[in-house]
Design a protein around this ligand. Structure first.
Ligand code: PEP
Ligand code: CO
Length: 460
């Protein structure tokens, strides 16, 4: 609940400072769109959000692992079925490797079906002496560098809603219609291992999974018939940045009377909008969805304490996921005091590692990129810090695509700066391509295997 004495309502945020908001040219136009959105069906149901919170509660207790992944920003120009399928495919492949290595369920959440809004460090962008409003994601304006394209247009809120509906519809079909069957996902991983240089390293894990599947078959489990192995739970998430949109899709659950933001199962607060008395924290404090909070390098122990108390006042496991994004250079130093403090106070938040947002830089030719090795280094530090403190490194949060893009450097595919031009298609931050994503997942699988070995030793 918000820190004021007034009871929370879906409009409480309007009395608070609103960071990162576009300046909408015509407020009446925005109001018309908000009214229209408020009449639309919800994208997700409260019961689904509650189920996700239960799964995340398992993560908080060290009984499951979270994989949250997808685009930095979804695009209105690219919502093809193939693109959605390939993104889902790579996330499912990663999840199988992580499940096997961790020995616990992997909870899968996409940055998808609503991830359209971007916070910006600079409100303006200048090119060759021309200064225009920054691109804030397709829910606000267009990425083309001209004045009309950059003007915020409220009709985009409706377009974002409709694209989210279509995306979610396809995801629901893919995850229940046989596409996500375990034996099929495993076959894709075998293909990655057999056909790529980077895949070779993971032959051992892939063979172990193959043996486990053979064992299950021998025990009489029909991999093609067992419903638990045919479909998967797949949840949606995005940064709750454009609050008029989030408010319009917030509904009271008829079963419990609680408010849910029905634009996605899971919503997070960005590192730039996590002011304790700000509009975004105030809004999310009152919805009952499971929440995320980005925790960047400037976060103090005191700030974090106040944020967890505001966003998770009852210390409910699964209610709040702390997504740390410190950068590889200082990750250990910055993470240690935060994790230690919350752990010693008995907090039950999930800890997840976003090794992407603290490791972005711009090349001389002007490409925003990230080094695979830096991403991996921050992830490894995350695991080490949690192991030392005795907390569960609960999850991984990454920006990826199923396409064969050239946006991040290194990884198995050994991309260098001269490769970036080949297929650089992101409209915002650089994403891992399919190969780099699998490479990453198998690395994390190794960390998880090491962790479970050392905890078994500790228990012997
Ligand atoms: C993001 O996740 O796309 C993002 C902008 O992250 P952060 O708020 O951590 O910078
Ligand atoms: Co990003």
């Amino acid at each position: 609940m918000s820190s004021s004495s007034q009871p929370w309502t879906p409009t409480s945020w309007r009395a608070r400072p609103l960071a990162q908001s576009p300046t909408w040219p015509d407020p009446h136009h925005l109001e018309r769109v908000e009214r229209e959105l408020a009449t639309k069906p919800p994208l997700v149901f409260a019961g689904e959000a509650r189920r996700l919170q239960e799964h995340l509660g398992q993560v908080a207790r060290g009984e499951a692992f979270l994989l949250q992944a997808g685009d930095c920003a979804e695009s209105f120009h690219d919502a093809s079925a193939d693109a959605i399928r390939d993104k889902l495919k790579v996330i499912l492949q990663m999840a199988v490797a992580l499940t096997y290595a961790s020995g616990v369920p992997v909870i899968k959440i996409g940055r998808i079906a609503g991830q359209f809004a971007k916070p910006r460090t600079d409100a303006f962008e200048e090119r060759d002496g021309v200064r225009l409003e920054a691109f804030r994601g397709h829910i606000v304006n267009d990425d083309a560098f001209d004045e009309a394209a950059r003007r915020p247009n409220p009709d985009r809120l409706l377009a974002a809603y409709h694209q989210s509906v279509a995306t979610l519809n396809l995801l629901r079909a893919f995850t229940t219609g046989g596409f996500a069957a375990l034996s099929r996902v495993h076959a894709w991983n075998q293909e990655f291992v057999a056909t790529s240089l980077e895949g070779k390293r993971y032959e051992v894990i892939a063979d172990e999974i193959e043996r486990a599947l053979r064992f299950m078959r021998a025990c009489g489990i029909d991999l093609h018939d067992d419903s638990a192995l045919q479909g998967v739970d797949f949840y949606t998430s995005h940064e709750a940045l454009i609050l008029p949109y989030e408010q319009a899709l917030t509904r009271r659950d008829s079963l419990t009377g609680d408010w849910y933001d029905c634009s996605a199962h899971f919503l997070w607060v960005g590192d730039r909008t996590r002011q304790i008395d700000g509009a975004h924290v105030t809004f999310l404090s009152g919805v009952s969805n499971p929440l995320g909070l980005k925790v960047g390098p400037s976060t103090t122990v005191d700030e974090l304490r106040r944020l967890v108390e505001t966003l998770n006042p009852a210390n409910t496991p699964g209610r709040l996921t702390l997504i740390t994004r410190m950068g590889h250079e200082r990750a250990t130093d910055l993470l240690t005091p935060l994790v230690s403090a919350l752990n010693s106070e008995g907090r039950l938040e999930v800890w997840a590692c976003d090794p992407m947002h603290g490791n972005t830089f711009v090349t001389q030719k002007g490409h925003k990129t990230r080094r695979f090795d830096d991403v991996l280094s921050e992830t490894a530090q995350f695991f080490r810090v949690h192991q030392e403190i005795g907390t569960w490194p609960g999850g991984l949060h990454v920006e990826l695509t199923g396409d064969d893009v050239t946006e991040c450097l290194g990884g198995g595919s050994r991309l260098d700066e001269s490769d970036l031009e080949q297929n650089y298609t992101t409209i915002c931050d650089p994403r891992l391509n399919a190969t780099q994503s699998l490479d990453m997942a198998f690395h994390v699988a190794e960390y998880l295997q090491r962790l479970s070995r050392s905890s078994r030793l500790a228990h012997d």
